[in-house]
Design a protein around this ligand. Structure first.
Ligand code: DGP
Length: 112
């Protein structure tokens, strides 16, 4: 296993507020929430960032978006945003691909 924070959370070596999990994904609350609902959706597979995902990850990525929609619905959110930061310049700080699901407050556009 690479020395990766999210791999360790996925493996339950580091605690988190887990929201749900299945055979491919773990979802847990962001430690520094930027909205009343701020859930990180993380594939168990270690892919450092979206630009390093391959053709074989296409189904996984699609299922990740469907899971985000399900978590949003279960949280009672009608409007919400999915964010994926790719690369340091875009704000990525943990190099294990993940979506941020944000909701529960007005979300401005464009983001900063
Ligand atoms: P990004 O900057 O897009 O790579 O998002 C990484 C997010 O991970 C950031 O919003 C803060 C969150 N985070 C960092 N360390 C931890 C942690 O130990 N636990 C949890 N739950 N979230 C973390």
């Amino acid at each position: 296993m690479p020395d990766c924070l999210f791999c360790r959370i996925v493996a339950r070596e580091i605690p988190a507020q887990y929201v749900c999990e299945d055979e491919d994904f773990v979802a847990f609350r962001d430690i520094s929430p930027k909205a009343p609902t701020h859930v990180l959706i993380v594939p168990r597979k270690h892919i450092p960032k979206l630009s390093q995902a391959s053709e074989e990850d296409v189904t996984l990525l699609g299922r990740m978006q469907r899971l985000a929609a399900r978590i949003a619905a279960e949280a009672g959110l009608e409007s919400w945003r999915l964010v994926l930061n790719n690369g340091r310049g875009a704000g990525q700080s943990v190099f294990h691909l993940h979506y941020h699901l944000l909701g529960g407050r007005p979300l401005l556009w464009p983001p900063g």
